[in-house]
Design a binder for this molecule. Sequence first.
Ligand code: NAD
Length: 287
Amino acid sequence: MKTILLNNGVEMPLVGYGVFQVAPAECERCVLDAIATGYRLIDTAQAYYNEEGVGRAIARCGVPRSELFLTTKVWISNSGDGPAARSIDESLRRLRTDYIDLLLIHQPFGDYYGTYRAMEQALQAGKVRAIGLSNFYDARFVDLAENMGVKPAVLQLETHVYSQQARMRRLMEDYGTRLMAWGPLAQGMNGFFDDPALKAIGAKYGKSVAQVALKFLTDEGIAVIPKSVRRERMAENLGLDGFELSAGDRDALRRMDTGHPLAADFNDPALARYLLGYDRQFNPARQ
Ligand code: NAD
């Protein structure tokens, strides 16, 4: 398993398994399958409501905790110093572990300064090995990175062949922050799995569209966390060794970048309103 070094010296697998929209009841089986397939990084979040399933799987999988890399994320409704600190302890309990390898602020909304302070304290207390952000763009990313003592180790952004985050990657270099791609298969949007250009490149190497796209991103040093509930696809998405994309093919893949995300525009007020109310569907008591 290839790894990369984060800006605080922590080693992180380059390929992981994401569990967004994996139903709580199915999550344990999926994570057990993923670990048996060879994944060592598991990406979950408080707002996925499946941390317990991840916790049950890591307790049962037979792989030592020290060989696994667990990422979770603090949700907006837990933002602020006190609520974030409490939510980190709740995540630890649900994940059945005494440390989280990578803890991210999930969304750039709410009192994320307070959340980051709580994460820095969790880092000092040994509850977390690395901290970072998700969905922070441009000036908001710089503001937090400049003002906080601990530079974000990772920034998770929507990243795939159609949205390669060139601008953000240049900005992140100033802080040694590594990019982790969410939606690395473009969530299947834009006809991704039938994209003729991706298929043609794959045909040259006997590889699938997913493998070409993930290979391209990891060759660029971008960590990827593809999701599938199907074991054969989990294995496919991990099968990135034993072939090298030619320079010409890499150039062609670079030219597929539109410069814009497909799924989520974080300057869109409607998206902000949606995300601010997101967890009411799971917890109607929350205002
Ligand atoms: P993805 O790009 O990984 O695509 C997943 C979709 O592709 C699923 O419908 C799956 O069935 C299909 N698929 C997977 N492998 C395939 C294959 N080999 N062949 C054909 N179809 C295949 O999208 P995602 O799940 O949204 O993103 C991956 C992970 O990123 C998530 O599970 C989650 O952990 C994380 N994520 C984070 C954020 C964030 O805000 N930080 C947002 C979305 C996702």
